[in-house]
Design a protein around this ligand. Structure first.
Ligand SMILES: Nc1ncnc2c1ncn2[C@@H]1O[C@H](COP(=O)(O)OP(=O)(O)O)[C@@H](O)[C@H]1O
Ligand SMILES: [Mg+2]
Length: 368
């Protein structure tokens, strides 16, 4: 495999023009912080004025795409920054180092709920898992890392905007005793002051570090779908204790779940196990079970690759209506079989976390 070098990356970025100066991004001196680690590339595009963010977002995407197409590149994270503009204005008070927010300092375990692709029920599973962990008596938070398609406000039944006492840090929102933070709480108004930049990767970091999470036993992170840059970057920058992979039987068959597993393996995040969602169809009328997609694939797949199988959740209308209606089944019908399935998974996950299995320093699951 060819090694990627800076010159190749700058060459390709020099083929993209800044719509304002009409110079290319390199000639306009807009590229900074270029870092290459293994096959992963990161850089910033300096936009000067933060109000240009919307205009520059397509350019950022184009730049990411162009670099991603270079041979040997696995992932690319480009962020828009307006740092130099801030530095050029010495008359303005420099932002203080944040000392007020508790950030992630008091979070014991951060776990990612991920999937190979979208629509497999990752958010539904993440929410019910978080609520099930809460019902074990744990202090739980949820972070919606799906910044482009946030679903936590709807599923957690939370609306409104987070408060900020100091203009620098945000108070998490809360429902059912679970703290929650999502871009969905912030996107309604165009430029919330507390968010330093409009950028996605920055947003993930800020959701973790600039939110007063307080002491938590577990923070459940609902990851964006897929195995792309956001996930990789998240797992590199955030001290993840482990990942839970959600997949449907079809997804297993199509090997999408395997991609998710491999991604975490690549960045040394232990995989706590697999959950099979929409595993089988439970007829709401007669209670009969139908294995529409050929149920049980996740258990076999987990076994084959040496990951744990955490449990299966049926495809059932009640699961959809409750989570889509902001009253997930674990809280709306805790005695139901579905809620109990989530509870059993939560117990397994907590068992692993509390025994240190998910700790970065602990034993890692490796896949051959
Ligand atoms: N086990 C299930 N039974 C029935 N519907 C489900 C189940 N899991 C998820 N859904 C529904 O499928 C849709 C997609 O789920 P969602 O959690 O948003 O997926 P993702 O986050 O992976 O994109 C939602 O409408 C959700 O209510
Ligand atoms: Mg989702």
């Amino acid at each position: 495999m060819s090694d990627i070098n800076r010159a190749q990356i700058l060459d390709i970025l020099a083929s993209i023009n800044d719509p304002v100066s009409h110079k290319n991004l390199v000639a306009a001196d807009m590229i900074s912080g270029l870092a290459i680690k293994d096959s992963m590339v990161q850089f910033s595009i300096e936009i000067g004025d933060p109000s240009r963010a919307d205009q520059m977002e397509p350019i950022r995407k184009q730049a990411e795409e162009a670099v991603r197409n270079l041979p040997g590149v696995i992932s690319v994270t480009a962020i828009l920054t307006a740092e130099r503009a801030a530095q050029k204005k010495p008359a303005q008070p420099q932002p203080q180092k944040k000392e007020t927010g508790t950030g992630a300092a008091e979070i014991r375990h951060i776990i990612a709920v991920a999937s190979g692709k979208g629509g497999v029920g990752k958010s539904t599973t993440a929410v019910n898992l978080a609520l099930a962990l809460k019902s074990l008596g744990l202090a739980v938070g949820m972070m919606d890392a799906d910044v482009f398609g946030p679903s936590q406000p709807r599923m957690m039944g939370i609306s409104g905007r987070p408060a900020s006492d100091d203009g620098k840090t945000l108070e998490p929102m809360e429902n059912f005793g679970v703290k929650s933070m999502s871009m969905g709480f912030l996107v309604a108004e165009d430029q919330p002051v507390v968010w330093r930049g409009p950028m996605v990767m920055g947003a993930l970091q800020q959701m973790l570090n600039d939110v007063n999470w307080g002491p938590l036993d577990v923070l459940v992170v609902d990851m964006p779908p897929g195995t792309g840059d956001a996930q990789l970057s998240m797992s590199q920058n955030v001290p993840l204790a482990g990942a839970v992979i959600v997949s449907t039987p079809q997804d297993i068959a199509l090997l999408d779940a395997r991609k998710g597993l491999n991604m975490f393996k690549k960045v040394d995040v232990p995989v706590l196990g697999l959950i099979e969602n929409m595993s089988y169809f439970l007829c709401p009328k007669c209670g009969e079970q139908s294995d529409i997609f050929g149920h049980g694939g996740a258990r076999d797949e987990a076994e084959r690759i040496g990951a744990d199988f955490l449990g299966e959740i049926p495809l059932h209308m009640d699961i959809r209506t409750t989570s889509d209606g902001g009253n997930p089944i674990v809280v709306s019908d805790p005695e139901s079989a579905h809620a109990k399935a989530y509870m059993a998974i939560a117990e397994k996950v907590w068992g692993k976390l509390s025994s240190g299995e998910g700790q970065p320093a602990g034993p890692k699951i490796s896949f051959s």
